[in-house]
Design a binder for this molecule. Sequence first.
Ligand code: NAD
Length: 356
Amino acid sequence: MSGPYAADRLVALVDAILQRSGSSPEEAAIVAANLVDSDATGHASHGVCQIAVYARSLELGHLQPNRHARVVRDEAPFLVVEGDVGYGQVIAREATDLAIARAKAGGACVLALRNAHHIGRVGSYGEQCIAAGLIGVFFVNVVSRPLAAPHGGGRPRLGTNPICIAVPATPGHPPFLLDFATSAVAANKCRVAASSGKEVADGLLIDERGAPTRDPGVMFRDPTGAILPFGGHKGYGLALACEILAGALAGGLPALPENLRPGRVVNNALAFLIDPARVSDARNGGWQALADSVLDHIQDTPPVPGGDGVLVPGGPERRSRALAAERGITLDPDTVHALHDIGGALGLDVPVILGT
Ligand code: NAD
């Protein structure tokens, strides 16, 4: 029942659900492709499972279909874009396209994106920059219920605030695509573990009293536990940087109690897009040849005993995509149920669309 499903069938189902939920065919196609691709890259936490979150957001009026990136200030190098709580996959993609055009023309663009609904896998906007030959650095904050504890704190105060750094490569070389949450584990990975009765690894969670726990169920009780930052004070510092740069500066919506509440999902971002050709000169064959040499040298490191060797960030997602194309995509049981429930309620014949 959990698959594997062919990606095109999953896209067709999610697309149909979104269209019946009020999205234009263009919007439904963009969001469906983005969610399924997130599953394909190995980030199920930001993939098709989000359909249940989006359905609830639509019901609550926290998500508005058919919105587009609205430019509120365009003074090079700055671009400020309002998302009007439209689908983040559309708003962030359009905002990134606008920023790419400005960075190509002027060499750099500082993009402030405010008030988009969930933008999903931030790496997909990094990939847009890479495809345009640009470097992209994204700081994102998440306005939802508090999930992550500050380093040394026993209660959740922050979102899972992701960061992405994307750098293009010469043809034949893999690009560098670093894209992760600043929390030690994605909130949704806790949901999947909790629903299958599994514990999570040590060092990821604390319970409602601030004590270490392996029980993912603490994230779904009232009062909840919290996810720890990755890397102790370092991940915490980066999460806070997201809060200040994306939440307070770009979005005007930082992680304060009046903003963070269940049922709401807003992403704000501050992104820096740079045309590397404006920075580099041709010394030593140019920056790109040097960057490629670094990545080659790093991957040439002998593996630790029994290990698989060194990967460059972005490599695991490329590998996962190739496997998904070959073997299909497996979903967790909760997500399969949600697709059947939501699709069924909208009058869709889910088994026929999925070919099951
Ligand atoms: P993760 O912990 O799986 O880390 C992924 C990053 O680490 C990628 O850049 C990957 O290429 C790299 N990586 C993984 N293994 C590696 C290895 N062995 N060697 C070198 N690099 C390696 O990611 P995560 O923290 O679970 O985040 C998953 C996704 O969730 C991201 O796409 C992120 O943008 C997204 N996210 C979105 C939001 C939001 O509100 N929109 C919030 C949090 C996270």
